[in-house]
Design a protein around this ligand. Structure first.
Ligand SMILES: NC(=O)c1ccc[n+]([C@@H]2O[C@H](COP(=O)([O-])OP(=O)(O)OC[C@H]3O[C@@H](n4cnc5c(N)ncnc54)[C@H](O)[C@@H]3O)[C@@H](O)[C@H]2O)c1
Ligand SMILES: O=C(O)C[C@H](O)C(=O)O
Length: 375
């Protein structure tokens, strides 16, 4: 069972939720973007990443955000028919200008460049400026796994996170992902450097749920239970925002989450000479920055035995003693894998507002609506 069902949707009765097979959902979303003028390749790139999020039980970054990309194209942030360009290059590295292209297309291209460089020289690192929101980070880090490489991906974002002791959101939710191949399964850490993502606030808002204290602060820097208030403050560029991983102040390590978030901005925007989070989405330019890396296991020895060594470490951790009341210790990436298998066989679960929004997009483009969305 995926996280979407366990966590985000737990207070909604199953009667309210819609389940749709992933193939029909994919076709509908691609058709909507094509009808909205995105072109076949870009539409496929965007929907692939969104649908992967829903399949993995990450509704915060799934097809509920289809309209966001249409709006960002209409606002001039996402520029179509622009291809990324290499602005600086060494055999091991490159600085890429995304030229305002869709984040998903730019990022696949840039991660492939990092993997190609690692194929030639064992490591490859690519920083990207002037791109757009790219969705879930593990989509890109995982691309390295099939070549027996460690994949690294990170991005900055719209300013959403207040630094420790601050009340102005100047940092992004700035996620990073590291994917390391193992002999049976990989380790895939993919995490925002904030307590939660804006997408999770959007899920709570769609479901009309309050958020727990410790997630976000209002414009005075005080805890709030209202996701709608925090989201409105973002849209109006008022103070307030999401707390860094570890929460408010220093007691539970908020200063470490703040450091991780700043680190992601320094690597993504610093190494690409691009916009740091606070300067993104201004004057018709999104300016989002990413960083991608690939490291061949051959850097350190024979890959097959190294994957066994990595597996034995993960196995050692997850087979350790469980806390009272707990039956299982997960490895990173396991819940997403379980959710993916479940969703591929049973279908993707969508909340009522997401269904209404997809139906509206289909109707305005005179597209046929799958029966599963009309029940
Ligand atoms: N593009 C952007 O600007 C942006 C910004 C922020 C986040 N995101 C994406 O949002 C998604 C969600 O981020 P998040 O921080 O909410 O993730 P999360 O908190 O749900 O999961 C973080 C990591 O913890 C692992 N995990 C979860 N429960 C676990 C457990 N009990 N034991 C061991 N591992 C466990 C997951 O496999 C994952 O690797 C990510 O894909 C991220 O890349 C994107
Ligand atoms: O919403 C964003 O712009 C960033 C990220 O996807 C998030 O949900 O925090």
């Amino acid at each position: 069972m995926g996280r979407s069902l366990e966590i985000s949707f737990k207070d909604v009765s199953e009667m309210d939720m819609t389940v749709i097979d992933s193939g029909s959902l994919r076709n509908l979303c691609v058709d909507i973007l094509i009808a909205e003028g995105f072109g076949q390749d870009v539409s496929t790139d965007i929907v692939d990443v969104l649908l992967e999020a829903d399949l993995r039980g990450i509704p915060s970054h799934g097809v509920a955000r289809l309209k966001r990309y249409i709006d960002e194209r209409n606002a001039g942030h996402i520029k179509l028919n622009k291809t990324p360009s290499i602005e600086y290059e060494t055999p091991l590295s490159a600085v890429v200008d995304g030229r305002g292209g869709p984040g998903q297309s730019v990022s696949k291209w840039a991660m492939n460049l990092a993997i190609e460089k690692a194929g030639n020289n064992l490591v490859g690192f690519v920083s990207v400026r002037n791109s757009n929101h790219y969705g879930i980070t593990a989509y890109y880090s995982e691309m390295a796994l099939e070549k027996d490489m460690i994949g690294i991906a990170m991005t900055n974002s719209y300013p959403l996170v207040v630094p420790t002791f601050g009340r102005e959101a100047v940092l992004g939710t700035n996620p990073f992902s590291i994917a390391i191949p193992g002999s049976r399964h990989p380790f895939i850490l993919d995490m925002a450097t904030s307590v939660v993502t804006r997408g999770k606030l959007e899920v709570y808002d769609r479901l009309a749920k309050v958020i727990p204290e410790g997630w976000a602060v209002d414009s005075l820097g005080v805890d709030t239970n209202s996701p709608g208030e925090v989201l409105a403050n973002f849209n109006n560029r008022r103070p307030g925002g999401i707390l860094p991983l570890g929460g408010s102040g220093e007691e539970f390590g908020g200063h470490k989450g703040y450091g991780l978030s700043l680190l992601v901005d320094l690597v993504s925007a610093g190494l690409s000479f691009g916009s740091w989070s606070a300067l993104t989405y201004r004057e018709g330019v999104a300016g989002v920055c990413h960083f991608f890396g690939a490291m061949d296991l051959k850097l350190f020895g024979e890959p097959e035995s190294m994957k066994q060594q990595i597996q034995s470490i993960i196995d050692g951790v997850v087979s350790s003693e469980k806390a009272r009341g707990s039956e299982k210790i997960y490895y990173h990436g396991e819940k997403e894998e379980l959710s993916r298998m479940y969703s591929l066989s049973k279908g993707v679960t969508l909340d009522p507002k997401t269904v209404r929004n997809l139906v509206a997009l289909a109707e305005r483009n005179n597209l046929q609506i799958p029966g599963q969305l009309l029940q």
